[in-house]
Design a protein around this ligand. Structure first.
Ligand code: PSU
Ligand code: MN
Length: 297
């Protein structure tokens, strides 16, 4: 009975600095094993879609500047051109599903961006809303995603509305509130709270049996001792958004720009917070993967 757990690679290549990133990537794999799952880090290596990397390949993702952030629309290009690429939540889900993997642990998901940071090209007229490819992937690909919610760089109420419209259950793991990455709460409710891996696995399994398409979002708040004070996190987020706006940052560059600026503005503490919530999500994801495998044994 194997309990595979997919792990994301954008966080390794673009989300954390070297050498903390390679140490973290190895630690995530150890934690997954320790909690009863088989770690399968997902990436594109030389144009090949992979779920499971050797240590040399993890090192490549962590060190090389020749690794791109691949969202869903980039996949055919990466394959045709033989690129190395790190996968976002959307592409990790899609590759995981093709490998028969049903649970995936990550940090934060993408969502609906705040409209204030998205002026149209023509003199500040609002452009179409920027919606991460992570959301439509959750609506169509049957993988449970364990995350710490979404950063408040996004419009969190609009993100939850989108998930509701498209039928994605939002489950709080040990919480009644949708977590906001650096903060344990957002004031926004989840659809249900669960407190055990078995309860989470039962929802994932029920969704499969009902034949409903798409995934389940399982949200675990950052461990208390690593939470950033809301004022500090929000000040950094507001400043990063204003800078993105002033510099005209657009498209797929927006999320990496905002994430990098927030880390620069909040320093070491946000790095430690990020690592702590990722490890927590790997632990929970591994337990859910193991519970799911046991329930179908
Ligand atoms: N939010 C985070 N950390 C991340 C990301 C988002 O707090 O690392 C990354 C994930 O890979 C996510 C992607 O899938 O950014 C979303 O990018 P976009 O908004 O361009 O779809
Ligand atoms: Mn976008």
């Amino acid at each position: 009975m194997t309990a595979p757990l997919a792990l994301e690679s954008t966080v390794i290549s673009h989300g954390l600095p070297y050498p903390q990133n390679i140490a973290a990537a190895r630690r995530f794999e150890q934690i997954a094993r320790q909690y009863g799952a088989e770690p399968r880090t997902v990436a594109v290596i030389g144009g090949e879609l992979r779920a499971g990397l050797n240590d040399e390949e993890l090192e490549l993702l962590a060190r090389s500047h020749d690794v791109r952030k691949l969202s869903r629309r980039d996949l055919p290009i990466a394959v045709a051109q033989g690129w190395h690429g790190a996968t976002t939540v959307a592409t990790t889900m899609w590759i995981a599903a093709r490998h028969g993997i049903r649970v995936f642990s990550t940090g934060g998901i993408g969502g609906v961006h705040r409209s204030g940071s998205l002026k149209g090209e023509a003199g500040g007229r609002d452009a179409a809303p920027d919606i991460s490819a992570d959301l439509p992937e959750l609506a169509q690909t049957p993988v449970a995603v364990v995350c710490a919610g979404a950063k408040a760089i996004l419009d969190l109420p609009a993100t939850l509305e989108w998930l509701e419209t498209w039928g994605v259950p939002v489950v709080g793991y040990g919480t009644d509130e949708f977590p906001a990455f650096y903060s344990r709460g957002s004031g926004l409710p989840v659809d249900v709270r669960v407190d055990t891996p078995q309860e989470a696995a039962a929802i994932v399994e029920a969704k499969r049996r009902l034949g409903l398409p798409g995934g389940v979002l399982i949200c675990a708040p950052i461990p208390q001792e690593y939470e950033l004070p809301a004022a500090e996190a929000n000040a950094a987020i507001e400043q990063a958004l204003a800078e993105a706006d002033a510099q005209g940052v657009r498209g797929k560059a927006i999320t990496p720009f905002l994430l990098a600026r927030i880390v620069e503005l909040t320093g070491e503490r946000s790095l430690h917070a990020n690592l702590a919530l990722l490890e927590n999500n790997v632990r929970i994801g591994a337990q859910i993967a193991a519970a799911l495998a046991a329930s179908r044994a």
